[in-house]
Ligand binder design. Structure first.
Ligand SMILES: Cc1cc2nc3c(=O)[nH]c(=O)nc-3n(C[C@H](O)[C@H](O)[C@H](O)COP(=O)(O)OP(=O)(O)OC[C@H]3O[C@@H](n4cnc5c(N)ncnc54)[C@H](O)[C@@H]3O)c2cc1C
Length: 321
């Protein structure tokens, strides 16, 4: 990882493996991850473009799902992994995610003849503003800019405006970052308000009830400051699979118990991580020039110890059979 200030000064560089044993960064393009997961399933087990319009319980204890095209599905178990605006979470009584005070531009630089970068995570710190880029394949480079904003702002879909605004925001920053933005394909550009949901005990609804359970952002949206939202969704999937397989194999545990055991096991990991990601974001988005100078001249180069900061990424599990 290479950390720079906005004027291009190198503040620190390190190798994850040397800072903490077993640590490494793997940048994976979302499309590749989804295709890889989907390809492991029988071809007729996924029905794409099935947007949920309505969900309700039936008198027999099953769950009726109605899609926007009118299709009705009757289910014994529903796993709600429908993301940050999950209609299933809403139906289960969860509040809307809370805006964290900053937004992110994102995109994927495309270099048809090969991207020119070392395999590093490149980070640039500004005031109330930070950005980064990391190669994800021989031809693609992911980039982001995270900026303070008092409100989530309007939804912007026009790629020309998105690219222009992103460039404008980091005018004068290291040219390699601007170059990655310039190389971005239009359909990869986005501007996202960053939100999370703190799952306070007692106050927060249960993530499992009557054969319906939540997974990933639908349950625990978190800000991306630790890069853990997607990782946690995958962890959820592993734990839930094990609990359900255990119930089906043993015959002693009911499916509802399995869903409950999953939420009990996952909550102690997810709740502190959501709070920690939020607080890290608040620290990294500091605007005060004196504080930013101290961060760049003392805290980042000399004080920060990475091993404890990376511990949250450790997750061990027995392989699925
Ligand atoms: C700026 C930014 C940077 C991030 N960086 C990282 C990172 O570095 N590492 C990391 O691990 N995570 C990161 N994340 C978080 C990560 O993207 C999410 O946590 C992850 O995508 C959650 O996966 P999910 O499957 O729960 O939800 P999603 O990926 O949102 O998938 C939800 C799915 O549900 C579908 N859906 C929505 N509504 C309906 C409906 N009504 N009916 C049917 N389907 C529906 C959607 O189309 C989508 O396919 C980042 C997030 C942001 C915003």
């Amino acid at each position: 990882m290479v950390v720079k200030s906005e004027d291009g000064r190198k503040l620190r560089s390190f190798k994850f493996k040397e800072e903490a044993e077993g640590q490494e960064v793997r940048a994976v393009e979302r499309r590749i991850l989804l295709e890889t997961l989907a390809n492991r399933l029988p071809s007729d087990s996924i029905c794409f473009s099935s947007k949920l319009a309505k969900i309700e319980k039936t008198g027999t204890g099953e769950t009726l799902l109605e899609l926007v095209d009118g299709t009705q599905l009757l289910a014994k178990v529903v796993i709600g992994c429908d993301g940050i605006r999950s209609p299933i979470a809403k139906w289960m009584g969860f509040s809307e995610p809370h805006y964290a005070g900053h937004c992110a531009y994102r995109g994927l630089g495309f270099y048809p003849n090969g991207q020119p970068f070392e395999p590093n995570v490149n980070y640039v710190y500004g005031r109330g503003l930070r950005a980064g880029f990391v190669p994800v394949s021989p031809t693609k480079v992911y980039w982001f800019i995270c900026f303070n904003s008092p409100s989530p702002g309007p939804r912007i879909d026009d790629p020309f405006s998105l690219k222009k605004e992103a460039r404008e925001m980091i005018k004068g920053w290291p040219s390699e970052l601007l170059n990655v933005i310039d190389m971005s394909a239009e359909d990869t550009l986005s501007r996202t308000p960053l939100t999370d949901r703190w799952l306070w005990p007692i106050i927060s609804p249960s993530a499992s009830a009557d054969g319906v359970v939540l997974v990933g952002d639908a349950w625990h949206p978190m800000t991306p400051n630790l890069g853990q939202g997607g990782c946690c969704a995958l962890e959820d999937a592993i734990v839930l699979s094990r609990k359900l397989a255990g119930a089906l194999k043993s015959g002693h545990t009911s499916v509802d118990d399995a869903l409950r055991l999953y939420t009990t096991e996952r909550w102690p990991r997810i709740f502190p991580l959501t709070i920690r990601a939020n607080l890290v974001g608040a620290l990294l988005q500091w605007e005060n020039p004196v504080v930013c100078d101290i961060r760049n001249s003392i805290v980042v180069p000399k004080l920060v110890r990475l091993r404890p900061l990376l511990e949250h990424t450790n997750f061990t599990f027995e392989p699925l059979n």
